[in-house]
Design a protein around this ligand. Structure first.
Ligand SMILES: *[C@@H]1O[C@H](CO)[C@@H](O)[C@H](O)[C@H]1NC(C)=O
Length: 231
């Protein structure tokens, strides 16, 4: 038998093997990931020519106060961020109706939102975080974080309250590139009562700072905690 006669045989055997390995097991998530991530560069900010500014929403859930020291406040929070990345879109109809998937956060572009008044080294555990991506390109990220911030509690006001602030902003992008928004007030529904300190109030504001040098705004989201030491 010459090689030409053998070719169809080889073809059918390899096809059979292929079917055995891959079978009918089409994996919709794998197909979607192939579509959205195979040419994806996670270093490119998802600003487009028509929508150059990426709107990044930042909200926060307060879980517990870990330590209320004289100069620093340590707390555990969930930072919730969401934004749209137009590269991460698909038609659910073509992928067995799958509308969302959970992927390691570091496989997509992430906004560089940091705590400006950081008083320690601990930030979110980004490496373990997964993001939920929806077919319309919205990316939802919840970062469990232990926040250590500067807060001087040595001079409380007349009521004995101390106000601590957390200021979050993008480290390298101005407001024309990453526009921070704050769609919801801070959530305290998961707050765990502390025996040493009462949290009287938590609120948030969106600020825009302009510097003399530059025309572009620098937005930040500032969370303000009103605390009182228990007697
Ligand atoms: C940023 O968001 C704020 C609040 O939604 C909006 O008023 C402002 O126009 C936005 N700026 C840019 C550059 O998109």
């Amino acid at each position: 038998m010459n090689i030409v006669c053998l070719l169809p045989v080889l073809f059918w055997t390899s096809l059979a093997t292929f079917r055995l390995i891959h079978g009918q097991a089409t994996i919709p998530e794998e197909e979607i990931l192939k579509l959205i991530l195979s040419n994806y560069n996670d270093k490119a900010r998802p600003g487009t020519v028509t929508t150059p500014t990426v709107k990044v929403d930042h909200t926060l859930s307060l879980l517990r106060i870990v330590e209320f020291g004289s100069k620093t406040l340590t707390a555990e929070v969930w930072q919730a961020l969401h934004w749209k990345d137009p590269r991460l879109t698909w038609t659910p109809r073509s992928y067995h109706g799958l509308q969302s998937l959970s992927i390691p956060a570091d496989s997509v572009w992430l906004p560089d939102v940091v705590l400006y008044n950081n008083g320690g080294s601990e930030q979110g555990q980004m490496s373990k975080v997964r993001a939920t991506v929806y077919y319309h390109g919205m990316v939802y990220l919840v970062i469990p974080s232990r926040i250590v911030s500067y807060c001087d509690s040595s001079t409380p006001n007349e009521q004995g309250d101390v106000i601590c602030q957390w200021k979050f902003g993008s480290w390298t992008n101005n407001g024309l590139k990453v526009n921070l928004t704050n769609s919801r007030p801070p959530d305290v529904s998961n707050y765990e009562v502390n025996s040493a300190v009462d949290v009287l109030k938590v609120d948030s504001t969106r600020n825009e700072i302009f510097y003399e040098c530059c025309p572009e705004p620098y937005p930040d989201i500032t969370y303000k905690l009103t605390l009182k030491r228990k007697q």
